[in-house]
Write a protein that binds this ligand. Sequence first.
Ligand SMILES: [Cu+2]
Length: 98
Amino acid sequence: MIVWLLVLLGLGRAPTTHTVEIRGMEFHPAVLTVAAGDTVVWVNRDIVPHTATATGGTKWDTGQLTQGQTGRYIAHAQGTARYACTLHPTMHGTLRIR
Ligand SMILES: [Cu+2]
């Protein structure tokens, strides 16, 4: 009975972790939908360094990630969070946080 109430109230949902691969000078996926409280992990598969850096709104930055390194961000504020690589300004990504 209590379990059913928790499910109905949505209290059973645990935050999840999403992975964005950086390869070929692009973010994969470039657009990712997550829930507030979820963690997003970027992993750099390229041989050159990259960053995932917020370009507006809430400021966050993975810092430079060399090959094989990961950076993470816990998505707090709901809305659309755009980011880019500060080293390669043509690289863009979007988090849709609901
Ligand atoms: Cu880059």
